[in-house]
Design a protein around this ligand. Structure first.
Ligand code: G6P
Length: 364
């Protein structure tokens, strides 16, 4: 990569820092206050067609797959269309039933990932309608798709994705709002989501100010052999992505589990040497999440919480600003990007170019 690092030591740090501007860009020109909805010019899907969708299947790889998981929950929550995400390659090789009432969405930063492209081509051959949620304009996946939403994160150089992940999730929030307002989402809820979206850039800036605190924490955890990440429902993909980020750049083994599954197995691993990072939003699941923290504490596990208020059972809480419940996952992952970054830095890793990984995998 040849473009300027703008005073940052790594592209990853630069790209994390760019997120308030990047999110501003994905929102710009798209909000329609009059109808409490958003305009997505490239969607190529009119209201009548949008009403006939019975199911949404989102396909991607790596970080884009995780963004798609959050996307699915945003769409299901706001538009009440059953939606789920699946790794593109898994989808392709299980000979899936391609249903005419299903809308397929391919997610890719580069727009060139072979597994995603091949899934799109197979779907199109079978007559399916495929949209793209893509960062690179004019890329192969963007060209193959019937339409889509550009993510507008700007160029991302670091092998691991940060700002593009965040912008992809925001793009899904826009799509969910758009579909929701064509179907059953009320004007009031539309307004509420729009207000939440507008707060994001400022709230991300607030979170980035926590860097010194997060750096100190990272120094404490840098020696860990392994780490557990937990979250529930909306928090689970946040945990998955945070654990992926940590393993990609620090090479610390990390697992992510739904907090509700702890008691069905992983609780056996909990002991002082296995720290847990817990996503604990202030929503209707707060008490359930607190109960999970208690179970971990009872086994002398160390806990780092990302939450909207101090968690009594946690050894440390990173307190982040609250947004609307639906949009909280966008914010809660950001401190954990910095956590992975500073952990890897403390361990002397090559952050922008982790071993064995490539920015885009254009072969099978
Ligand atoms: C590679 C990268 C990951 C990325 C994935 C999907 O494996 O190392 O960081 O998430 O590809 O890339 P895409 O460009 O399709 O989002």
């Amino acid at each position: 990569a040849s473009y300027d690092m703008g005073g940052h030591d790594t592209y990853m740090h630069k790209e994390i820092s760019e997120q308030p501007d990047a999110v501003d860009r994905v929102l710009r020109g798209r909000i329609d206050d009059r109808f409490s909805t958003v305009h997505l010019g490239g969607l190529n899907l009119d209201a009548r067609e949008a009403r006939t969708i019975r199911r949404i299947k989102i396909l991607g790889c790596g970080t884009s797959y995780h963004a798609g998981m959050i996307g699915a929950s945003l769409i299901e929550g706001m538009a009440r269309i059953p939606a789920d995400a699946e790794p593109a390659s898994e989808f392709r090789y299980r000979n899936p039933v391609v249903d005419p009432d299903t809308l397929y969405i391919a997610v890719s930063q580069s727009g060139e990932t072979y597994d995603v492209l091949a899934a799109v081509q197979e779907l199109k051959r079978k007559g399916a309608r495929v949209l793209g949620v893509v960062n690179v304009v004019g890329s192969a996946i963007a060209r193959e798709a019937d339409g889509g939403v550009y993510v507008h994160a700007g160029p991302e150089v670091c092998v691991v994705s940060t700002k593009c992940f965040t912008n992809t999730v925001v793009a899904f929030a826009l799509l969910a709002l758009h579909l929701g307002r064509i179907r059953d989402l009320s004007v009031t809820d539309g307004k509420r989501i729009i207000e939440g979206l507008r707060k994001l850039p400022e709230q991300i800036s607030e979170i980035l100010k926590l860097e010194d605190e997060i750096k100190e924490l990272a120094a404490e955890y840098a020696g860990a052999q392994s780490m557990m990440f937990i979250g529930r429902v909306r928090g689970y993909p946040v945990a998955l992505e945070a654990s992926l980020k940590l393993k990609e750049i620090s090479y610390i083994h990390a697992e992510a589990y739904p907090a509700s599954e702890l008691k069905h197995g992983p609780l056996a691993l909990i002991e002082p040497a296995l720290p847990t990072v817990a996503i604990v939003p202030d929503d209707d699941l707060l008490e359930k999440n607190r109960a999970a923290l208690e179970e971990i504490k009872a086994r002398s596990g160390r806990i780092l919480a990302v939450a909207h208020q101090e968690q009594e059972k946690a050894d440390h809480t990173i307190v982040v600003p609250k947004n609307e419940d639906e949009l909280d996952p966008i914010l809660m992952g950001i401190p954990l990007q910095l956590f992975a970054y500073h952990t890897a830095l403390a361990m002397g890793r090559d952050i922008d170019k982790p071993r064995n990984l490539a920015k885009s995998v254009t072969v099978e």
